[in-house]
Design a protein around this ligand. Structure first.
Ligand code: NAD
Ligand code: MG
Length: 384
């Protein structure tokens, strides 16, 4: 039986690579739903190529051109964020690949979990914002959440077959696009500079998050919720070659790692095919050509966002949701050249100081914390 797939965010970096895996395995997957935010032309092409049953364009302004582009095809066309969540929860779906970016990923994940769907999760913000509530829901509805994020996929793979409690998760970190820049040079960094990631080609927001290490902080939070491991047992180590994707240390002193050439299609295919693996035509990894794997402590002064994320994790409640909302607004402002690079972390710190804190949030509390945080940062940065 083919797995029937809803791919949320099909036009993004993860979305397009997910479609590569579907293309390589036509006997295993059937694309039912594709969604995008505003790139309606690409969405229409994808829907035609994969013979999708329905498409959703989240930004309703592009509904008409999308509908016209698909008028001669048997594809249902919907618009709006609610429709994205509804399609994720529809009865004709087996697996939801959540490749949305940002807070927008939370509710579609929740709706899919409530229907017991398998979730292949790239959208880490789902767990950053609402990890506690989301994991409790997933447990209750027996909805498996399989990570796509490469570090978490690595840890997930290392944990297969293990029964004993672990000592520590070791998350590796490339250091992002500005790793070779001295701390003093950060103030004048431009979007173009920060967008040049040394190893991975990814969406703009996560590339900036990688440069500030907000991304690594978010991955610590994501790991805490996915694997049920306290902050104290999650460490981060800089590994510029991005060959070791992350590690697990056990109580007998053994350490397991997952390695390979950086390619998101590996964790994507693993999330889709687990407990099996894809047969992919890849060149064998050459250790001889990669003779040096290095590791170093993260510079916590240059990258304060990592410790801010740990603090949010220890505080719990809505803290990480506030951090995420502030970061989303500030990163968008930085990319639009409406603020400087250091304003990103400054905005996060400001929002965390000023925002209302709810210790035991509901989904409605997360929505309010997100809204408040965005408003605080828009006022701070004087943007609309
Ligand atoms: P991207 O910006 O390339 O793509 C995002 C997708 O979501 C697009 O299809 C876009 O149309 C859609 N989208 C954006 N805003 C939306 C909204 N408000 N409503 C509905 N749809 C919306 O992002 P990406 O790099 O593919 O990242 C997606 C997620 O995967 C992020 O959470 C990111 O942190 C995570 N992730 C990405 C990578 C990577 O290599 N790109 C690696 C690990 C984790
Ligand atoms: Mg990652």
């Amino acid at each position: 039986m083919k797995q029937r797939v809803a791919l949320l965010g099909s036009t993004g970096s993860i979305g397009v690579q997910t479609l590569d895996i579907v293309r390589e395995n036509p006997d295993r997957f059937e694309v039912v739903t594709l969604t995008a935010n505003h790139r309606w032309e690409e969405l229409a092409h994808q829907a035609i190529e994969f013979d999708a049953d329905s498409v959703v364009i989240a930004d309703e302004r592009y509904y008409e051109p999308l509908r016209e582009a698909l008028a001669d095809y048997p594809v249902k066309v919907y618009a709006g964020e609610d429709a994205v969540a509804q399609c994720a929860a529809a009865s004709n779906i087996d697996v939801v690949v959540n490749a949305l970016v940002g807070y927008a990923g939370l509710i579609p994940t929740v709706r899919a979990i409530e229907q017991g769907k398998k979730i292949a999760l790239a959208n880490k913000e789902t767990l950053v914002v609402g990890g506690e509530v989301v994991m409790e829901l997933a447990m209750r509805h027996r909805a498996p959440i399989i990570p796509i994020d490469s570090e978490h996929s690595a840890i997930f793979q290392c944990l297969i077959g293990e029964r004993s409690p672990l000592e520590r998760l070791i998350i590796t970190c490339s250091g992002g696009s500005l790793r070779d820049l001295p701390r003093e040079a950060l103030a004048s960094v431009t979007p173009e500079q920060a967008l040049r990631h040394p190893q991975w080609s990814m969406g703009a927001k996560i590339t900036i998050d990688s440069s500030t290490l907000v991304n690594k902080g978010f991955e610590v939070i994501e790991a805490r919720w996915l694997f049920g491991v306290e902050a104290e047992r999650i460490s981060v180590i800089q590994h510029p070659q991005s060959i070791v994707h992350s590690m697990v240390e056990f109580k007998d002193g053994a350490i397991k790692a997952q390695l390979g050439t950086p390619d998101m299609r590996v964790p994507i295919s693993f999330a889709l095919m687990y407990p099996e693996r894809a047969e992919r035509k890849c060149e064998n990894f050459s250790f001889a050509d990669n003779p040096t794997l290095t590791f170093a402590e993260v510079d916590r002064v240059k990258y304060p966002a990592l410790d801010i994320a740990y603090d949010c994790l220890r505080r719990g409640g809505t803290a990480a949701c506030t951090m995420n909302g502030a970061n989303e607004v500030a990163v968008a402002a930085f990319l639009a050249k409406q603020c400087g690079y250091l304003d990103i972390v400054r905005s996060i710190e400001y929002a965390l100081q000023k925002a209302t804190f709810v210790a035991h949030p509901t989904l409605a509390d997360y929505a309010e914390a997100d809204r408040e945080s965005r408003e605080l940062v828009r006022n701070l940065l004087k943007i609309k």
